[in-house]
Each structure stands twice: as C-alpha cells, then as structure tokens.
Design a protein around this ligand. Structure first.
Ligand SMILES: [Zn+2]
Ligand SMILES: [Zn+2]
Length: 214
C-alpha cells in the first residue's frame, strides 16, 4: 500500500506556484473571489498543483460555528480546478478573513507499507491513517512527527462513509477523491478545520471541486 503524504516544509513565497498552504491564490484572469452565504469572503487555504491543473481551496472563517464549511453542498467552502497555465496572483479583498497568517511550503513523500504489518484488528487497514500515524522524519526516530503531516494527495478517503461522497454539481456523478488536508503545525500556519480532517474532491471532466470535513 502506498500513500503520498504532504509534509510541512517551512515558509513559502506567498505567490509561488508550488504545493503550499496559505499565501495568495493564483488564478486565471477574470477570477472572482468566492463569497459565503454569510456575506463574507472565503479564506484561501491551499494551492495544490495536481496532474491536470491546480486545486485551489477556500473555506469561510467569518463565523466558523455557523458557516457550514464541513458540508460539501455549503457555500462556506469552494474548490476550484484551474488550468496550470496563465495563473497569476489575484487581488485580495480588503475586508474579511481572506488569507492565512503565513504561507507554508509542502513537500510530498511517498510512504509504502505492507498491509500485513499494519496493526488493525478490523479488516482493511486505512492507508492514510497508517501512513500518517507512522510518519517520522528519520527511520530511527523514536517518536512520530504527525503534526508535520498536512494531508495526502490521491489514494482513497480515510474512514469516510460512502453517503458523504459528494456528487458533482454539474454532471451529478460521484466525485474523485483528490486530497486530505490537516490543520497544520502551529497557530501561525494552521488552517481551521474545526479539529477535523479535510477532504478535497474533484470532477476532472467538469473541472468542478468539492470540500468537506469529517
Ligand atoms: Zn460564512
Ligand atoms: Zn462532473
């Protein structure tokens, strides 16, 4: 079994076209900053270059208890799949919670393990859970570095009930899982996910994205 973990890799330039959390979104011309049902602008969380573009993740933080960013059908989150070309830093709205305090670079690390060795009494081990809980910077390290893990790319959603898999708003097909997102290491760099795990989905043919937490 394999998991591509996303690992915190120090500060990043705010407008870089690399895997990162925070900073300024890069978008094609004509991009309009997404707005929540509460009336406030969404906050930009992550810039995730993938095979066929860039996933750009936004969540509303104006009223975290009331704005339902955990729900894929809510207006309190937005995932765009932009083409990789002709992206430029966008103009940030002057008011509201729009940006994280700092931008953090992410590096990917392919983690391979033998399902036979995973310590799971009930059936199939969860690939992401095993990879994350076992993450250490160096093999000889005694303790894990789980807070360095900012999520993973591809694979399958971790412990998510089938009835929570989002349908594409355009074609109504079941969306493909794209990434997990974890809150992050420190108060300065963290994305507020309400203490939960974030899930990013995509419909590549419609170029639609979705987000939920669980
Ligand atoms: Zn809101
Ligand atoms: Zn679709």
């Amino acid at each position: 079994m394999q998991t591509t973990l996303m690992i915190h890799d120090g500060p990043a330039p705010a407008d870089s076209d690399i895997l990162r959390t925070g900073g300024v979104p890069l978008a094609p011309a004509g991009f309009v900053w997404p707005v929540c049902g509460c009336g406030g602008p969404l906050q930009f969380f992550a810039h995730l270059p993938v095979e066929d573009g860039v996933l750009s993740v936004f969540l509303c933080q104006n009223d975290p208890g009331a704005c339902e960013f955990w729900d894929a059908t809510s207006s309190a989150n937005r995932v765009h799949l932009f083409p990789r070309e002709e992206l430029r830093p966008v103009v940030v709205p002057e008011a509201g919670l729009t940006l994280l305090p700092t931008a953090s670079a992410i590096r990917t690390q392919l983690v391979t393990f033998d399902p036979e060795e995973a310590d799971d009494e009930e059936g199939e081990p969860d690939a992401y859970d095993v990879a994350r809980s076992g993450w250490k910077r160096e093999p000889e390290e005694q303790f894990g570095k789980q807070r360095e893990v900012l999520g993973s790319l591809g694979g399958s959603p971790s412990y998510l009930e089938d009835d929570r898999l989002p349908a594409c708003p355009s074609c109504t097909g079941t969306m493909e899982f794209a990434a997990h997102l974890e809150e992050g290491m420190t108060r300065e760099t963290a994305m507020n996910l309400g203490g939960q795990l974030g899930y990013v989905f995509v419909c590549r043919s419609c170029r639609e994205g979705a987000f939920l937490t669980d």
